[in-house]
Design a protein around this ligand. Structure first.
Ligand code: SF4
Ligand code: SF4
Length: 189
């Protein structure tokens, strides 16, 4: 039969030598490899004491942004959920009541908003789909948890705090920054 690749190897059934039966050559070879690695630069780092420099376009923990006055930008339009290939986003819309203008930017807002971080593949499509500049992926790491249920992040973990804003400018392209300044769009006025 014609082989598809030249990677196949015929299996040898030859008798093992006395040394091979003692596994000595294999142990010595293994020790040599270990010894060589002692003089090489370690591929690992001592996390969390040491941290790696991330790529400027690293996509991590999402944030739901507030506007300059502190109102939540998300209007629960659902476009992020529809564009999510992993079906990781769910939300429940609610109507803004009188007196809540300072809390929510638009008449409709997300009463619940959840991202399942175990489903998310950090593709960034939710960020691209959002017409309100409400959701961004940041350069923050998603914290580790012990229970699967704790990886479903709700608004408590996603919405930025009024007095502790999350800087998302590092990951934004010039096009996005221009868009944010463009007064043609009502949300920039
Ligand atoms: S980053 Fe991608 S996979 Fe994750 S929630 Fe957004 S659209 Fe879904
Ligand atoms: S984050 Fe953006 S796209 Fe998603 S529901 Fe809110 S406004 Fe719509």
């Amino acid at each position: 039969m014609q082989p598809l690749t030249n990677r196949s190897k015929a299996v040898l059934q030859k008798e093992m030598t006395f040394a091979e039966k003692l596994y000595l050559p294999a142990i010595i070879n293994g020790m040599i490899i270990t010894f060589k690695h002692m003089f090489k630069k370690a591929a690992t780092i001592q996390y969390p004491e040491q941290k790696r420099e991330f790529s400027p376009i690293y996509r991590g923990h999402h944030v739901l942004k507030r506007d300059d006055e502190g109102a939540e930008r998300c209007t629960a339009c659902g476009l992020c959920a529809v564009s999510c290939p992993a079906e990781a986003i769910t939300m429940q819309a609610a109507e803004r009541k009188e007196g809540e203008e300072k809390l929510y930017r638009e008449e409709k807002y997300a009463a619940n908003y959840e991202i399942n971080m175990l489903r998310c593949i950090f593709c960034g499509l939710c960020e691209e789909a959002c017409p309100k500049e409400a959701i961004f992926l940041t350069d923050r790491l998603v914290p580790t948890e012990f229970d699967r249920g704790d990886f479903v992040f709700g608004k408590d973990k996603l919405v930025e705090k009024v007095d502790d804003r999350v800087d998302v400018t590092r990951r934004q392209t010039q096009d996005v920054l221009d868009f944010k300044q463009n007064k043609k769009y009502s949300h920039n006025k």
